[in-house]
Ligand binder design. Structure first.
Ligand SMILES: [Fe+2]
Length: 463
């Protein structure tokens, strides 16, 4: 077993990761270029922003969530806001009343400022996190409404990652909790009510960060990063470790009910799926960002080889999983056009990682191999990839695709991301034309503050 001693928390508090200390509201933001007039809505992104800096066992995954958002309308960037999600702890730190939430032992014990993703569903804006706590509902301007259990219909905790079927609007999630001997597949209808919760037994308490959805299946990744009581006892705030005893496997859970079917795979780790779909031969095609070999979640990218884009083709008839490397440059935070989730996709977008970047800190001494200064666009039909590089010392994380209109073709639209601009010491919202990925941005919104490296976000159009 790997050494479960606590990692050095400072790494995730410095340089590009360093939290901000203020909540800002700014109006009528300066824009270079021209924001498409048809973009009306909010680009929101969640990420950890710890309240204190003195915790030696801090891990990037455990900081209180802060949502950064930009509202676009009529070709203007109307506002930027950043707000901590008001969990009990965050509200107390701000000397504010906690908005309160549903009762129940799991919910009361697991309150946490959801820090991983932010989505729009059923008219709600939801900050999400995995491993037990409830999501938090936020208002349009990012004020916290409170923990959300979908009107009392959610049986346990929720999940960071969700997948919405673009045809039905049905939202799927896989919830896990260290004390459960199962993971729970949750289905929420388009209006925001849980209609189904199915327990799938799994041994060892695996971390199940993401999954994929196809027309026929929910695709489960049961990989060997599992809960560890000994890691708890040695002070790890994120007590999940590589477990070589845990058989790695991928599962196909029929969407319309039935037993999960498991297929063994070689040891590896996957945080994120790009997408999954059923092909015309009854196979499931799953594209993932894959960590090849043992993975230590406490150190994240340090000491790991490239995180590659791989395709797993799962053949239920033959009982096999074929694995193929699609792109070998280090990358993470893969996204497709949300309108092709569960359907065949041609294009994918991801952020380059694993290439040492320079410091944002004034001393210039901090180097991290997490995020780099480039985004990738994959054309998986033609087998080509374009790299979009930003300024030498810039950093960029996840990008989201926004269609130019509801009926536009896949890739006809924009790729949006927060990019740290080292010249200004602040971040920009960069809007690229997806079909001119390496050309000049369509628009750059200059934000008044630095946005620390974070996790996931969404474009949430106004209705
Ligand atoms: Fe994630």
């Amino acid at each position: 077993m790997p050494d479960p001693s606590p990692p050095d928390g400072k790494r995730f508090l410095d340089g590009s990761f360093a939290p901000v200390t203020e909540e800002i509201t700014a109006y009528d933001l300066p824009v270079s270029g021209e924001l498409p007039a048809g973009l009306s809505g909010r680009y929101l992104r969640n990420g950890p922003n710890p309240l204190g800096l003195d915790e030696p066992s801090y891990h990037w995954f455990i900081g209180a969530g802060m949502v950064h958002g930009v509202r676009l309308r009529d070709g203007k960037a109307e506002w930027y806001r950043n707000r901590w999600v008001r969990s009990k702890e965050v509200a107390a730190a701000h000397h504010q009343p906690w908005p309160g939430g549903p009762d129940g032992p799991v919910h009361e014990n697991m309150d946490f400022a959801a820090n991983t993703h932010i989505i729009g569903h059923g008219g709600r804006t939801l900050a999400t996190v995995e491993s037990g706590p409830l999501p938090y509902e936020l208002g349009y301007e990012l004020d916290t409404i409170g923990p959300c259990d979908f009107g009392g219909t959610l049986p346990g905790g929720f999940a960071a990652h969700t997948r919405a079927d673009p045809g039905t609007g049905e939202l799927h999630a896989i919830a896990y909790f260290w004390a459960w001997d199962y993971v729970q597949h949750v289905v929420i209808d388009a209006a925001g009510t849980v209609t189904r919760a199915t327990n799938v037994p799994v041994p060892d308490g695996p971390m199940m960060h993401d999954f994929a959805l196809t027309r026929n299946y929910v695709v489960l990744l049961d990989l060997p990063v599992t809960f560890s009581l000994s890691a708890v006892s040695t002070g790890r705030r994120l007590p999940y470790v590589w477990n070589p005893e845990h058989q790695p496997r991928v599962g196909l859970l029929p969407r319309n009910g039935g037993e999960v079917r498991w297929f063994e795979v070689d040891p590896c780790w996957v945080f994120h799926c790009l997408n999954g779909y059923d092909d015309d031969q009854g196979r499931v095609v799953l594209d993932v960002c894959q960590y090849n070999g043992p993975f230590d979640v406490s150190t994240l990218w340090a000491a790991h080889g490239p995180v590659t884009l791989d395709r797993w083709t799962i053949d239920p008839a033959a009982g096999t999983v074929q694995q193929q490397r699609l792109h070998s440059r280090g990358q993470e935070f893969p996204r497709v056009d949300d309108r092709v989730v569960s359907r065949p996709h041609r294009y994918g977008y991801s952020a380059v990682i694993g290439e040492v970047t320079r410091a944002i800190s004034a001393a210039g001494e901090f180097a991290d191999d997490a995020f780099a200064n480039a985004l990738l666009k994959h054309d998986l039909k033609n087998g080509t990839t374009q790299a979009r590089e930003f300024a030498r010392d810039a950093t960029v994380g996840e990008a989201v695709f926004v269609p130019s209109s509801p009926g536009a073709a896949e890739d006809d639209g924009y790729v949006m991301a927060f990019v740290h601009n080292p010249d200004r010491g602040a971040s920009d919202l960069v809007v690229l034309a997806a079909q001119d990925f390496t050309g000049a941005p369509v628009a750059t919104v200059h934000l008044p503050a630095r946005i620390p490296l974070g996790f996931h976000g969404s474009w949430i159009p106004d209705r």
